[in-house]
Every structure is written in C-alpha cells, then in structure tokens.
Design a protein around this ligand. Structure first.
Ligand code: ATP
Length: 230
C-alpha cells in the first residue's frame, strides 16, 4: 500500500462525470504525477484527496488514515493549490509567520523553508509585488512548514518561467531525498518526464495508463528516450 491511496473514486457535477472510478497509489518517498489534458479531472481528484470536496463514491487513505474521518492526518500533509491565491497585502514572511502560528509550528522553521525555496531575499516584500513563480514558491514554503510527510501540489509549474520551474524541480528532488511523498498534477508530459517516478495518465475521469515515466513515453510516443535521473 502507498502513502496515498485512492480507491474507485467517482464524482459528478450535476450531469457531468468528472471522475469515473479512479484508483491510484503513491509510494512513500516518490514523486507521483497525475498527468492529463484540461478537463481530465485532475483538480477534482486533488480536491477530493485534500477533502475540499466529497467523492460520490470511493475511498481515500493517506498515511493509513481516512482524511475525511481523521483530521489529525492533516498535520502531516502540505498542500499547494493551483495558482495560489495569497493575501497580497502580507509579505511572504508575514504569511509564513501567520501560517506557522496556525499550524503550531516553531518560528525557526520559517527560515528553513524560505532558504529551501530560495525566497529569503524576497521574504519582506509584499505578495502583491511577487511574480507568479515567486507566489508558487512562497506557497510551497508555506506547505513545507512543519516538515509534512506528504506534499500534494496542483499544477505547480503552471504559468511560471523555465528557470523557476528548474528551481521547483530542485526543491521537489530535495524533498524526495528526505523521504517526502509527493503527489502532483500537470498537463505537461515533459514535466513528468523530468520529475516523476511514477505517472497516472488521467483522461475523461479515468486512469488510462499507470507506470513509469519511461513506459508512458514509450506507449504514447513510441520512442525510447533517456530519462533524466536527477
Ligand atoms: P484543468 O487542467 O483545466 O484544471 P482538470 O484535469 O483539473 O482540468 P477538473 O477541473 O477536475 O479537470 O474538471 C473535470 C471536469 O469537471 C471538467 O469537464 C470540468 O468542466 C468539470 N468541472 C470541474 N469543476 C466543476 C464544477 N464546479 N461544476 C461543474 N463542472 C465542473
């Protein structure tokens, strides 16, 4: 069993079927990507895993617990939503201070997460002045406060530039080495190829493929590529 398990999850919005019996498993200390085109159901799945919405049917298990029933499991989960909507009038550091207090995390941890995402120099600027990539990184820093065991990210690189994407990749690789389980969504095969250990390809609310990134590339492109192993 993985650190995150999704079993036979269904979700409809009115007559629209967003998820149609999705099962997946993310192993401890690995980066698992949920890849799929727009409308595949990725965000719906992430919202269910993080209990923001209920599934119509199916089961979620994180670190052996049902997050809908055992809320204390959230102490071990970090979550970065798609295009994070952070309060513009706060500085990055103020946001992290507030968040640390709410999470009951030692203030010392703020320094660690700021360094990790390379935002120490910009920590005193207002979020209103941040670029999309900086917002993404401060949101990641917030999620990493308190050293979560599981990190869930919805489209972490959407709308950011390639240099910042590289930085994000560094941070996620570091977290993986620390044993953190990472689940991320994306619609870019290239991003999966460079970052993920395992991929679930979601299409029209169903898992069409699961396997290594190399297998995915072989299956969809019919060519063997050298997978970067960083
Ligand atoms: P994207 O990459 O564009 O964010 P996605 O893979 O995350 O797409 P979802 O946002 O989960 O996909 O959407 C799955 C399907 O459910 C889509 O057809 C979408 O239009 C529909 N949908 C999502 N949210 C709602 C909602 N609140 N009400 C009605 N339909 C919705």
């Amino acid at each position: 069993m993985g650190a995150v398990n999704v079993t036979n999850v269904f979700k409809r919005y009115g007559t629209k079927r967003a998820l149609n019996g999705v099962s997946l498993s993310a192993s401890k200390g690995y980066i698992t990507a949920i890849l799929g085109p727009n409308g595949a159901g990725k965000t719906t799945l992430i919202r269910i895993i993080t209990t923001l919405i209920n599934p119509d049917q199916g089961r979620i298990e994180i670190l052996g617990k049902d997050p809908f029933k055992e809320k204390n499991v959230f102490n071990k989960i970090g979550y970065v939503q798609e295009l994070p909507n952070l309060p513009p009038f706060l500085s990055g550091k103020e946001l992290l201070s507030l968040s640390a207090r709410l999470k009951g995390v030692n203030k010392e941890d703020i320094k660690r997460v700021l360094e990790l995402v390379d935002m120490t120099e910009n920590a005193d600027k207002k979020i209103a002045k941040y670029s999309k990539g900086m917002i993404q990184r401060i949101a990641l820093a917030e999620a990493l406060l308190g050293c979560p065991e599981v990190l869930i990210m919805d489209e972490p690189n959407v709308g950011t530039d390639p240099i910042l994407n590289l930085k994000m990749r560094d941070v996620l690789n570091h977290m993986r080495r620390e044993g953190v389980t990472i689940v991320m969504t994306t619609h870019e095969l290239e991003e999966v190829r460079k970052m993920a250990d395992k991929v679930f390809f979601l299409f029209q609310g169903k898992v069409f493929f699961e396997g290594s990134t190399e297998d995915l590339v072989l299956k969809f492109l019919g060519i063997r590529v050298i997978i970067e192993t960083q």
